[in-house]
Design a protein around this ligand. Sequence first.
Ligand code: GRF
Length: 202
Amino acid sequence: MTNIAVLVSGRGSNLQAMIDSIEDGYLKARISVVISDVGDAYALDRAKKHSIEAVFVDPGNYSSKEFYEKEVLKNLEKHNAELLLLAGYMRILGKTLLSAYKNRILNIHPALLPAFSGLHAQKQALEHGVKVAGCTVHFVNDTLDGGPIILQRCVEVREDDTDETLADRILEQEHKVYPEAVKLFIENRLSIEGRKVNILRS
Ligand code: GRF
């Protein structure tokens, strides 16, 4: 069974989707630790409710990203994490984690990458006037939201959408597609070829 670690900073609805997918048997995995860079992140409460180890690593205690990530890494190793999921984690990963978990870090982004990377992706999409928006699960590398794409889902943009209504509809898809991508990973059905992720269909 694959040991998963989840890095979070906030509300943790994608973490919850992962927990639910494990509890209902869709994912044959366990979450061995949830690590937050924000002390009062609701995601930590969600983890505790499901008896998952929840750790706050306070960035204020470290003088650099490198030292901070070394502490995170210590926690990941302590909990034998084999796969690292970013779920609303608001920090850009540095070399320490990227090299320790090369091709074993996934992220979910609320836009159809490569469009609208970075913050407030749903707002960027609306302001750009796109008619279709969505979300992307991708491998994490050293470019912001730029790693090889695993899965994407679209949602239609409606005339009367606000940032919030669009974000909510995208979020519904996030909660489905992220566990799907994790399933593919843990079943060893993903291979990376340059920018492209090949999916071995069962
Ligand atoms: C999601 O929209 C995700 O795509 C983005 O950050 C948000 C996290 O939400 N990376 P939650 O904490 O999982 O509810």
